[in-house]
Ligand binder design. Sequence first.
Ligand SMILES: [Zn+2]
Ligand SMILES: [Zn+2]
Length: 267
Amino acid sequence: MDPAIELAARLLFAAAVFAIMAAWEVWAPRRRLAAGRRSRWPGNLGIVVVDVLTVRLLVPTAAVGASLYAAGHGIGLLHYLNLRLSVAALLGFLVLDLAIYAQHVVFHQVPWLWRLHRMHHADLDIDATTGVRFHPIEIVLSLLIKLGVVAAIGAPALAVLVFEVLLNATSIFNHSNVRMPPPVDARVRWLVVTPDMHRVHHSIIRAETDSNFGFNFPWWDRLFGTYRAQPAQGHQGMTIGIDKFRDPAELRLDRMLTQPFRDDAGR
Ligand SMILES: [Zn+2]
Ligand SMILES: [Zn+2]
């Protein structure tokens, strides 16, 4: 598949999910935003443009391309197992999600990777735009890791495409500032990471930042002991962000791009 078509499909789907979540945020917001939209959205949306252009320039193929390459050359664990396509697709999806979880944990633990990832955490609020706020170097690194995982397991192209599309959608969903009745949240979070669950991950409190690493499935956090149900200070009382970079000027696109290369007293 032409990577441009895959990218266009993902962008279109992500834009639709974004429009729905942004409307929901206006209709039923979970928290009063501390910094607001006007100071944050230009930077958060600007970085998406930088990310998309960087990936298009630097990485010749997307994850589906890696899957098709692996299939054409008989590479990858799943090709040897001779499973039914549906089973292979399901397994591929699960392994990819576990890999993203593991990658997220590593990006919190390795100091130079945290420098890249902490820009995602430096947002002073969390809403749908935070779900696409990643440093371009982190985006390229994650894509390379994903290409490696896809080739190593030989995940079917369909599973990879669905995974990519859903990962964008769930990231926008679980970062959004939407109110959901607690009983609904409690049920939904057994299947997919909810906004209340991921918000804990954006707490300024270290132990809370290092919890709820999942993006799609919430099961890995429960399985590996990194699950934290609610923030200690409640969703209204908690502070979003990290110690470093609390100056609103840091929400500007140029400052966001240079954050990884500036001193980090927090760690
Ligand atoms: Zn994180
Ligand atoms: Zn996040």
